[in-house]
Each structure stands twice: as C-alpha cells, then as structure tokens.
Write a protein that binds this ligand. Structure first.
Ligand SMILES: Nc1ncnc2c1ncn2[C@@H]1O[C@H](COP(=O)(O)OP(=O)(O)OP(=O)(O)O)[C@@H](O)[C@H]1O
Ligand SMILES: [Mg+2]
Length: 241
C-alpha cells in the first residue's frame, strides 16, 4: 500500500470526524479489508465509565476490534481540553513514545490504519508536537471534515494551508451538514468554492442524517463521485503493491 492509512481531522471540534471515520470503517468492512483504527488521544473520559470513551468505542465497535485497548487509545484525559492543556492541569506530559508504540503495533498488523485526531490540526499535544505533527510523524495523509454552513470556507482554507505549511498531503475534504439549516444560502456553493481555493478534491457533501450511523453515512460517502475517484486510485495502487 502506498499510503499507510488516513488521518481524519476537522476544521474544528464536533464537525463530524467520528461520523466520517466510522463511515470509512463501513466502506472498508464492505471491501473486506483488514484495517486498524486509532483515536490516539481522547479527552473528556475518566477511564471508569464503560469500557471505552465515545469516539474510540465507536471505531472499535464498527471495525470489530477485540485486541488491547492500548493500541487503539494509548492516551486519554479526564478533562475535555487540548491534550497539552489537560496534561498540564494534571501535572503530566503526553508520552509521545507511547503513541508511537501503539502506532507501530497497528502498522505491523495492518496495511491500512484509520486514525481520528482530536479537535483540529493545530491542537497541541506537547510543546513540540500538534495534531498536524502527529499525522506527519506517522506519514498519514489527511481527510479534512468541514462544516457545511457559513464560515466553512475560511476554516477549511486555513486548515489546508496549515497542512501544506507542515508538508502533509490532504487527500480529500468532506463537507458535513451536521446541523440542519436549509435556509443557509451559502450551502450549495461552499464545496465548489473550497475545491477552487484549496485545489483539494471535495470527496462528498454529506447531508444531515436523522441517525448518522456508519452504514447510512458510509453508503452516502461511497456513492459520492469525489470519494469514488480517490478510492478507485487507492484500489489500483493496492493491486499493484
Ligand atoms: N451528517 C450528520 N447528520 C447528523 N448528525 C451528524 C452528522 N455529522 C455529525 N453528526 C452529529 O454531530 C455530532 C458531532 O459529530 P462527531 O462526534 O462525529 O464530531 P467530531 O468531530 O468527531 O467531534 P470531536 O471533536 O468531539 O471528536 C455527533 O452528535 C454526531 O452524531
Ligand atoms: Mg470525534
């Protein structure tokens, strides 16, 4: 495989990264691939309620992962804050070697690993590493999930510019209507303008779902021409490799 997986980031927190990562799991399930999932750092979980926090749990459920939780979720914090801030509040430092070791184990087991970042690209992990740096460190191209509404052009162009400044390729953008807002007049034109300004393919414009479960969103993503073009290229590469 020419790429080791995808790093799913967003223009902000709460824009649909988990929904899109789960949708990608559904598509890979349908293709019969063996793939890994990771949420390297999840915040807002105290480690006691339930087996998994919401994001890692969702990815584990859809991918069918049954191995060591450490390999999917090496680090978590109780406080819902940027990892560097949550670490400082608790007198800790994020152990980047621990993240790397989980990644290496995933890579050894799978040709392809789906990784969901926390927040957006500039979210700090340590003084020297942010989410963009983590994607770069692991050689992962990005998928940027962006809101469908007013303001998204600015956020998306800035996110792509930041990725480029850090030398990270952006494989595609998913414009996600996570809030129903049929009155927004910018909505029909946002995707086209984002593509024009960033020169990154918009994989899909996802509608608002009553229940954004992985099969429903996955089928919508799989049916979108931009995503299909990317997937066709990936499948050709995987047959060659
Ligand atoms: N297209 C959609 N239609 C309906 N609801 C959606 C859609 N996309 C996302 N949502 C809902 O919006 C909320 C945020 O989505 P999600 O958890 O995927 O965001 P996130 O970027 O992963 O957030 P975080 O930064 O906390 O990881 C969730 O309740 C999710 O179910
Ligand atoms: Mg999430």
């Amino acid at each position: 495989m020419t790429i080791p997986g995808l790093f799913v980031t967003g223009t902000d927190t709460g824009v649909g990264k988990t929904v899109v990562t789960a949708a990608l799991c559904h598509i890979l399930n349908r293709l019969g691939w063996s793939y890994g999932v990771m949420k390297p750092i999840e915040t807002g979980w105290d480690g006691t309620t339930g087996d998994w926090p919401p994001d890692a749990g969702r990815l584990v459920e859809i991918s069918g992962y049954t191995g060591d939780p450490e390999d999917v979720l090496p680090i978590f914090f109780e406080q819902p804050a940027a990892p560097l801030m949550a670490a400082r509040w608790t007198g800790q430092t994020v152990d980047v070697d621990r993240l790397d070791r989980a990644w290496e184990r995933q890579r050894r087991r799978h040709d392809f690993v789906l990784v969901e970042g926390a927040g957006g690209l500039a979210v700090p992990i340590t003084e020297d590493l942010d989410m963009a740096g983590l994607a770069r460190r692991w050689g992962l191209p990005l998928v940027v999930v962006a809101r469908a509404a007013l303001g998204t052009i600015n956020h998306t162009v800035l996110t792509v510019a930041y990725a480029r400044a850090k030398g990270i390729p952006v494989a595609g953008i998913v414009v996600n209507q996570f809030v129903p807002d049929p009155a927004d007049p910018t909505r029909p034109d946002n995707a086209g303008m984002i593509e024009e300004l960033t020169q990154v393919p918009v994989w899909a414009v996802l509608p608002h779902f009553r229940d954004p479960d992985a099969p429903a969103v996955g089928e919508a993503l799989a049916a979108s021409p931009g995503f299909r073009r990317w997937l066709t290229g990936l499948l050709q590469e995987s047959r060659k490799g």
